[in-house]
Design a protein around this ligand. Structure first.
Ligand code: SF4
Length: 293
């Protein structure tokens, strides 16, 4: 199996010092266990961000999500969302459509990171065909948390690491506004770019979970240790104890969505030899997308 790369893409890879190659072995696709759903529902939260009272805007969340997670329509004027300070759960997030999810993140005060952030960073990607729906993309790229530039601009993967990611996407004929959505595990910047705390990840992860449910991408590319640990938490036992390098080269599954893991671009800027491995990871992800049709 090989990638059909245009001369321009090959030139770009050569400029990045990446040789094009392909892993010989076929990959295994483990089946993920069913999602763990938290039992706690806070009506106040649903009332503030899910605006379920409009006949057009309301939806039977459980049935709608089971049939098609991205069909929730919202046409009523959107009231401003109240700051959200209650613990978020997967069950709560399941009541949110894409615009409501954006509102919830923009107003979230559920963990201490809200105090020091300049902007929340919901994500960036291809524009949706209908503003009430999630974008229809093949790729979801998941990073760890906003850094300084991301916090200032409200967009993930800007700066040098973002440029490297953009170049790698270009080499595959993609860009961040075409067939791609990019998001982080944490939507707010940890001060001084420290590592995300487990409690912060636990608090913020339902937003990402809901983004995945609504986007239904053909592939999730998890970049960096914290993104990998979050996305594979349900499918790889003791994932936090396994080095990222040992997790590479396989296709996993997150609630039915294939997952490929790789290094974070910020790490690749410091470790040039691993760029070739990251390119192999992207090729593996690309093959999954191509197989999905
Ligand atoms: S990091 Fe996540 S949970 Fe914490 S305040 Fe920001 S959006 Fe809310």
């Amino acid at each position: 199996m090989s990638l059909d790369l245009a001369p321009r893409q090959r030139a770009m890879l050569k400029e990045m010092g990446i040789k094009v190659w392909w892993p010989a072995a076929e990959v295994a696709v483990p089946v993920a266990p069913p999602p763990a759903v938290a039992a706690v529902v806070t009506p106040e939260f649903i009332a503030t961000v899910a605006h379920p009272t409009s006949s057009k805007g309301s939806f039977d969340t459980e049935n709608t999500l089971q049939k098609h997670p991205a069909v929730a329509q919202v046409s009523a004027p959107r009231p401003p969302a109240a700051p959200f300070t209650a613990p978020l759960t997967s069950h709560l997030a399941a009541h949110l459509d894409w615009p409501a999810l954006q509102d919830a993140v923009a107003n979230c005060q559920a963990c201490g990171l809200c105090e020091s952030r300049k902007n929340t960073v919901f994500g960036v990607g291809q524009a949706p065909t209908d503003p009430a729906l999630a974008p229809q993309v093949d790729w979801l790229i998941v990073g760890e948390a906003p850094g300084e530039n991301e916090d200032l601009q409200g967009e993930p993967f800007v700066g040098q690491a973002g440029k490297l990611l953009d170049n790698m996407l270009k080499a595959l004929g993609l860009n961040r506004t075409r067939q791609v959505y990019i998001a982080n595990v944490l939507k707010c910047r940890p001060p001084h770019n420290r590592n995300p705390a487990p409690a912060e990840i636990a608090q913020c992860a339902p937003y990402l979970q809901r983004q995945i449910e609504l986007l239904q991408p053909k592939i999730i590319l998890a970049l960096g240790r914290f993104a990998v640990q979050t996305v594979l938490a349900d499918s790889v036992p003791q994932v936090a104890t396994i080095a990222l390098g040992k997790l590479r080269g396989q296709v996993y599954a997150y609630h039915g969505v294939p997952v490929v893991v790789s290094y974070h671009p910020a790490y690749l800027l410091r470790s040039l030899p691993d760029k070739a491995k990251a390119w192999a990871d992207l090729c593996l992800a690309q093959s999954v997308v191509q197989k999905a049709g």
